[in-house]
Design a binder for this molecule. Sequence first.
Ligand code: NI
Length: 172
Amino acid sequence: MALLSILRFPDSRLHTKAAPVAVVDDSIRALVRDMGETMYAADGVGLAATQVNVHKRVAVIDVSETRDQLRVFINAEIVARDGECESEEGCLSVPGVRDTVKRAERVTVRALDERGEPFELEADGLLAVCLQHELDHLEGKVFVQYLSRLKQGRIKTRLLKQAQEEKAKADA
Ligand code: NI
């Protein structure tokens, strides 16, 4: 197992569209394990492969309080959406930023699990929001893209400055 490094907005690689997984094999299962480990270490509730610079349709989510209910979504597609809700979101690729995003309140997804078995899941609440957020990543979309251009500009400036400061610290 290994911790993977997480791309940070505004890294252009975050806007890559992920390709479907052809076969769920041991390399995909290793990716899922590493992504799970990386997500837990960063204290996140979800992580998409795009965020670790792997452009395959794989996402992991754990919205449980006990942090031991890892859900794996391979080639996930939203097949139904219903209602509307607004909630505050954050993202491991946009550290320190939280803002309100409007999403469907309930979604139904079809996906493969880590054994390659198909399943369907109806989700609401945090899980539904998280699924839409992670599946957006796989389409190359980061949640800040729902915000105003002005806000996006400020977030970009702030994160670039933060990255520069971290680099200066590492070089010192
Ligand atoms: Ni995210």
